[in-house]
Design a protein around this ligand. Structure first.
Ligand code: HEM
Ligand SMILES: *[C@@H]1O[C@H](CO)[C@@H](O)[C@H](O)[C@H]1NC(C)=O
Ligand SMILES: *[C@@H]1O[C@H](CO)[C@@H](O)[C@H](O)[C@H]1NC(C)=O
Ligand SMILES: *[C@@H]1O[C@H](CO)[C@@H](O)[C@H](O)[C@H]1NC(C)=O
Ligand SMILES: *[C@@H]1O[C@H](CO)[C@@H](O)[C@H](O)[C@H]1NC(C)=O
Ligand SMILES: CC(=O)N[C@H]1CO[C@H](CO)[C@@H](O)[C@@H]1O
Length: 378
């Protein structure tokens, strides 16, 4: 299984206005940055679910109708969360995930299998940096829409919209955080993708189009975003996300006929409206992501993990990209553990237990890759 870890240092701490006996947190807020007393008070105020076992893989992994009668697309209700991930957005809008857009890691793992036949445990990476380990809930978007009001200023929302954690730069259809809206569909960017697909994909989004779009987005960020970050983990996730649409959004029946290009209207449906096409059938075999497609996109142009060093067009390689590791996948794993420790330097009691459980769950995804487990809290 190819591993894609999506996370990085959470660049903020939840700060609460004033001294509150029970922090005014919502169940999907991050607990990062809270003091021990605040965490304890919060734990007393909610039902602590904590870390849970990884759900068993689904039994039936056949090619199957998933946009079915039980899972109709429905428009958003006030407060429903959607974010930067078209895959999860569509699962929520079809009811494979809670339509609220707030879910447990286990629900996400099962939903990506049911909806797309995606084998993917790295949900735990996202969960640890963007979710709430005590209530075991994660927002796939931001925070304010769910309740209609944000937590007291200067608190910041968590969820997948949070820039620099999981969400990153040079996305296909979302702006860099520094340049605009970092999580909503951007029609200008999608039009660039359409133009490229017309030019090199024969009007479809195939790997040639993915390769050129990926390159163009990186060049654009180098030229326009002084803070452009294309290091660990974004260097990895940006490539894998560019091929996800080909691997998971092409109807399984077409895939079996050898179709390798995604229809652009279907793609727009997923990316803009969180909508599966009528009759959508998932692919007929479980996969993490196709290494062949990934290799094609990565090999099409020269790329180096790095960042713009404070000004546009100042891209430099990241000297610490690999951390203390020699395998890419282990470096990503290590980065994730580091990010967790940066967020939770000294967790206690139920919080520590929940973090450890989720760290263990996450390690399951890299076990086969000769990485050594890092146990920051033992
Ligand atoms: C398993 C749990 C998943 C999590 C936690 C997750 C999370 C995310 C996040 C945070 C992003 C934003 C990255 C960025 O562009 O800055 C993203 C992007 C993306 N995700 Fe997911 N995702 C998951 C599963 C999926 C699935 C199942 C699919 C497809 C079936 C998918 C397809 C995509 C695509 C295509 C993008 C890129 C969007 C763009 O660049 O415009 N993801 N995902
Ligand atoms: C959408 O993308 C275009 C092209 O990069 C950019 O100029 C515009 O500001 C973006 N819009 C938002 C709302 O981010
Ligand atoms: C993508 O589609 C175009 C147009 O059909 C085709 O010329 C190109 O070879 C395809 N790319 C790959 C890698 O198959
Ligand atoms: C970034 O710029 C600073 C200041 O010019 C310099 O000291 C540093 O070495 C640069 N970083 C890299 C990775 O080149
Ligand atoms: C993780 O943290 C350790 C200890 O601070 C550091 O040596 C290592 O380089 C970091 N790894 C990554 C991938 O950032
Ligand atoms: C850092 C960050 O989260 N940036 C932005 C992401 O997009 C939303 C919506 O436009 C902004 O409010 C955030 O400031």
């Amino acid at each position: 299984m190819f591993l894609s870890l999506k996370f990085s240092v959470l660049a903020f701490a939840l700060q609460l206005a004033g001294v509150l006996a029970v922090p005014a947190l919502q169940p999907y807020d991050s607990l990062a940055g809270l003091t021990r007393d605040e965490v304890d008070a919060f734990a007393r105020s909610v039902k602590v679910v904590g870390g849970q076992p990884i759900p068993k893989p689904i039994k039936d992994t056949s090619l199957k109708l998933v946009n079915d009668k039980k899972h109709p697309w429905k428009p958003l209700r006030a407060g429903d969360q959607r974010g930067p991930c078209p895959g999860l957005n569509a699962l929520a809008s079809h009811g494979w995930l809670p339509r609220s857009g707030v879910a447990t890691p286990g629900e996400i793992i099962t939903a990506v299998q049911n909806g797309y036949n995606m084998e993917w445990f790295v949900t735990y990476a996202a969960f640890l940096v963007n979710g709430n380990p005590l209530t075991n809930l994660l927002s796939i978007g931001g925070i304010s829409w769910l309740t209609g009001h944000a937590p007291p200023a200067p608190a910041l929302a968590s969820g997948l919209n949070t820039h620099g954690t999981f969400e990153g730069d040079a996305s296909l259809t979302r702006s860099d955080a520094l340049l605009g809206d970092n999580h909503s569909f951007n029609a200008t960017l999608f039009q660039q993708l359409v133009d490229i697909s017309n030019k090199v994909g024969g009007g479809k989004y195939n790997v040639s189009a993915a390769a050129e779009m990926r390159f163009q987005r990186v060049q654009d960020s180098i030229a326009r975003n002084p803070n452009f970050n294309f290091a660990n983990p974004r260097f990895n996730t940006a490539f894998i996300e560019a091929v996800f649409p080909i691997v998971f959004f092409i109807d399984g029946r077409l895939q079996e006929k050898g179709v390798t290009g995604l229809d652009l209207e279907v793609m727009r449906g997923f990316f803009e409206d969180h909508r599966m096409p009528k009759d959508f059938h998932r692919r007929g075999t479980p996969t993490g992501a196709s290494d062949d497609e990934l290799d094609f996109v990565m090999a099409a142009h020269d790329y180096t993990p790095g960042f713009n060093n404070g000004s546009v067009n100042s891209f430099v390689p990241d000297p610490n990209f690999m951390g203390t590791q020699t395998e890419l996948v282990c470096a990503l794993y290590e980065k994730f553990v580091n990010s967790t420790v940066a967020l939770y330097p000294n967790p206690h009691d139920q919080l520590r237990k929940a973090l450890n459980k989720n760290l263990d769950n996450f390690f399951v995804a890299v076990k086969d890759e000769t990485c050594v487990q890092i146990k920051p809290y033992n």
